[in-house]
Design a protein around this ligand. Structure first.
Ligand code: SF4
Length: 371
């Protein structure tokens, strides 16, 4: 059995650690590229969500390298993510790949069943080995997200332009050559030290932008045209609440163990969107309000064309913009999106935020929060 799984941002790092620690043979799909998107677009129905197209492309590329089993997380709730496994299974079958698709549903309280499925994958590994591997993979997911957050802080302030990208991009390339959580954790710590040694201009006060929207398009660099790196290069500090580790801890671990969740976003969103409607729509509305309350200069919402929850969130955001006096730019992505047009809009938004800040400074209203 040669397992594979689709890409989603930096998720490959913690999944790789988990599979290494459990001695599961796997094939990491090549990083997402134009070819990946072309394969997915060719075989997935036109109106399906973009992440479904890209992830199918990942699986087909891994199949060409010898993978025969797909590992996917399942989903529930009122959006199309819950159908991804079935769609993948049927399309892969129609394409004659004979790939087996194994779905790991969030356990919803039934931890025994969840562990039993993992045990089947691992040739009956001991329960302590499985729990230890899950713990280390979670630790890595958190550490990788912390590392990325550090790049968001340092990049706009770096004295030598490109210093952060050089270290961080090399980390993302080289980490695939390591084996097991121990080596990966050590490499993350070494990379963090290197980033902290970068010379920064602490007197510089960057614009601050919160990134909200559908999880895949906000965290996956290929899909978002590396918007977070590009904004950092333009002297903008970004922040994003939605991350892989947040999804693992809030949606899987805490829900399974019935631990209290961080629901500040839901409380903030309640007057506008009082219920979970699927995807991250409630987070999009709630986090936009939290960013406004924290003095951010603006918010960028990103989502794939036809994403139902984010369409609802987008229709609510003008009211949030008005009530909280925070500018919001919405970017919708599909396979036809052109990078130049996309960044023309981003640059115009940055100009607007600069002018707005200058006007507020002249009027004496601007408070340098958190800078
Ligand atoms: S959140 Fe949006 S893009 Fe993601 S599966 Fe649901 S509808 Fe599709």
């Amino acid at each position: 059995m040669k397992v594979t799984f689709p890409h989603m941002g930096n998720m490959y790092i913690c999944v790789k650690a988990l599979l290494d620690d459990l001695d599961i043979d796997y094939i990491l799909p090549p990083f997402t590229s134009k070819k990946t998107l072309e394969i997915g677009t060719k075989h997935v129905p036109e109106c399906a969500c973009l992440p479904l197209k890209i992830t199918l492309g990942n699986l087909m590329e891994a199949y060409e390298l010898g993978a025969d089993t797909v590992l996917m997380v399942g989903g529930c709730g009122p959006c199309r993510f819950g159908y991804y496994c079935e769609m993948h299974r049927e399309i892969l079958h129609d394409l004659g790949t004979n790939m087996k698709v194994i779905t790991l549903e969030p356990p919803h309280g039934d931890v025994k069943e969840f562990l039993r499925r993992i045990k089947n994958l691992t040739n009956n590994a001991g329960i302590f080995k499985i729990l230890h591997a899950i713990k280390n993979a979670t630790k890595i997911a958190i550490a990788v997200d912390d590392l990325e957050r550090l790049t968001f802080k340092i990049r706009p302030r770096e004295v030598e332009k490109g210093a952060v990208n050089e270290i961080y991009n090399q980390f993302k390339r080289d980490v695939i050559n390591l084996k097991g959580s121990k080596e990966i954790i050590k490499f993350i710590e070494e990379t963090e030290k290197k980033l902290l040694q970068i010379k920064t201009d602490e007197s510089f006060k960057p614009l601050k932008i919160g990134i909200v929207g559908e999880i895949y398009t906000t965290i996956d660099d290929y899909t978002s045209f590396s918007i977070q790196q590009r904004l950092g290069g333009m002297g903008v500090e970004v922040h994003r609440y939605v991350t892989v580790s947040n999804w693992i801890t809030e949606h899987i671990i805490k829900q399974t163990l019935k631990l209290p969740r961080d629901l500040r976003f839901a409380k903030a969103a309640r007057p506008y969107l009082g219920t979970m409607i699927g995807g991250h729509a409630q987070e999009t509305v709630g986090n936009t309000i939290l960013y406004a309350q924290d003095g951010y200069d603006g918010v960028i919402q990103i989502y794939p064309l036809t994403c139902m929850p984010e369409i609802v969130a987008e229709s609510i955001l003008p009211a949030v913009e008005r009530d909280y006096d925070i500018p919001v730019l919405t970017l919708i992505i599909d396979e036809m999106t052109g990078e130049a047009g996309y960044f023309t809009r981003v640059e115009a938004f940055i100009d607007l935020l600069h002018r707005r800040r200058e006007k507020k400074q002249v009027e004496g209203k601007y408070i340098l929060s958190g800078n």
